[in-house]
Design a binder for this molecule. Sequence first.
Ligand code: G1P
Length: 291
Amino acid sequence: MNKLKKAIIPAAGLGTRFLPITKVIPKPMLSVLDKPTIQYIIEELKDADIEEIIVVVSPNSDIIKNHFGKNEQLEQRLLSDGKQSLYEIAKETYKPNIKFVVQETANGLAGAILCAEPYVKDQPFALLLGDELLVADKGQKSCMKKLTEIYENTGKSVIATMEVFGDDVSKYGNLGIGNEQDGVMTVTDILEKPSVNEALSNNAIIGRYVISGEVMQLLKTLKPHGNEIYLTDALEHLAKKGQLLATCIEDDRYDVGDKFGYIRANVEMALKSKEIGEETKEYIKNLAKTL
Ligand code: G1P
């Protein structure tokens, strides 16, 4: 079996769409309810049993490292005040297994992946884009768990996809699809953000992948588009060799790099919350009457 051990989380975006808050707070620390977005993404890996996590951050992101470090003073205080459940919440964020690497220049997704090379070398890796939250229905496997199982059974790279329509096809990487068996599709071709007319299908790449080890070296050989290398170009090489798979994901997906996506995530997580779900529902119902 091909055991997948490593994950890369590119989270170095400057978050200019969220200025002024992102002037000093790194974008991955923006919170959905009470947790920073980066914590949701790291929690998605628990189910997939991947423990070696590399987070690619922008310079001046110490606050992210601190969030996943120890805060002895806070933990002691919560214990001595008898606040056991809050202590557990604080302790839960201590993740010594996370490695942080700094992406000095903003040279895109492939640039972020290459920053993680010293830890990944030629090993396969999971890739989780830091701007996207995926939430599976209760009792369902997480997206990363599904991708990991497909990779471990086939040894092939695999992409999570969702159907998108109309102008939205141009916002995503786009997949040409071949055979399908048991929900696993062969990818025959791939285009980065095509025009509506060029699109190969309605299958968009969403921000979860498992990528085979050869891609790290492949990225170094590709021609940049401007100053950016496209991961999609490397994946195209795999597709041409029949080495790329995709599977449709039905999880709730939130683009938290976008203001509306961020608000949606907060509202829907609030509705699902045990603590404030009911009052949020009442509030929204009453608010809707006034709109
Ligand atoms: C990146 C990828 C694109 C993918 C998208 C998913 O684009 O390049 O193929 O569809 O993430 O969100 P970005 O949104 O970073 O421009």
